[in-house]
Write a protein that binds this ligand. Structure first.
Ligand SMILES: O=C(O)CCC(=O)C(=O)O
Length: 258
């Protein structure tokens, strides 16, 4: 069970901006998480509030291509007490120091078997407040064996040292929540795929470019992410994130009217 990194792992993370860990929780907790996950997804929990939506679609199809739930622990508070979360917190403290914020980010992204589409190349900070600098670590727990064919994460090593690059909505459609970096083809040759066994996780640093392919297997690809953050600091000049200002998603409409 991993809750402390070796110096070699710390150095690797700092240099490359990502790391793979083989075991973040027990098989028993993993099984419990799968039941919660499947129930949240199948009941479309949070849909009306805009907390659940299709990351890669316009929310008007019967079968979302890439369902995402933001903040699942607001519906299942026991998710705040998992061993996964305790282990991730210990590692986040080791990497970021004692000023890590108590309030953490959390989401689930599901790639249904044979249906889940790719998560395009992006930087998480393209979604975030353009007036601030971030120092975050994402833990991406895989509830299934994640392979290249099922959509494990892929990273551009060292790209966490970049600032936010220009992005656009998937398919250049502002009704779609998901973002893609402009000219994604520039990065493909540098990609490192990071398969991970069920119960293992990849970690990634703020600003790293990452991607996950479509799920072309007969198995689901269920991922549960926790984001640990340092207090953000102000930028002198905000990023011009016109891609976010152009958004017109059904999800945002539901959330505003809810
Ligand atoms: O699960 C995926 O397909 C993408 C996950 C991701 O981009 C993230 O957690 O930052």
């Amino acid at each position: 069970m991993e809750n402390e990194l070796t110096q070699q792992q710390v150095n690797f993370f700092e240099q490359n901006g990502h790391l793979t860990l083989e075991a973040m929780t027990t098989p028993e907790e993993l099984e419990w998480l799968r039941r919660i996950y499947d129930s949240l997804l199948s009941k479309r929990v949070g849909w009306e509030q805009g907390h659940q939506f299709d990351l890669a679609g316009t929310d008007d199809e019967d079968q979302p291509k890439l369902p995402q739930i933001l903040g699942p622990s607001r519906y299942i508070p026991e998710l705040k007490d998992t061993l996964y979360r305790a282990n991730a917190k210990a590692i986040a403290y080791q990497l970021l120091g004692p000023n890590v914020q108590d309030q953490i980010g959390e989401h689930m992204i599901y790639k249904p078997s044979q249906i889940g589409v790719s998560t395009p190349w992006h930087q998480d900070q393209a979604y975030h407040n353009p007036t601030q600098f971030f120092r975050n670590i994402n833990f991406w727990l895989s509830l299934d064996d994640a392979t290249v064919d099922s959509g494990c994460l892929q990273f551009v090593p060292g790209s966490h040292k970049l600032d936010v690059l220009p992005h656009h909505s998937i398919n250049h459609d502002p009704r779609i929540h998901g973002l893609e970096v402009d000219e994604p083809e520039c990065w493909v040759d540098q990609a490192v795929a990071c398969p991970v066994p069920a119960g293992g996780a990849t970690l990634h640093a703020s600003y790293i470019l990452h991607y996950a392919g479509p799920n072309v297997t007969d198995q689901p690809r269920r991922a549960y992410t926790l984001v640990f953050r340092m207090p953000p600091t102000p930028r002198d000049i905000p990023i011009d994130n016109y891609w976010e200002r152009q958004k017109q998603t059904a999800r945002a409409e539901r959330s505003e009217s809810g």
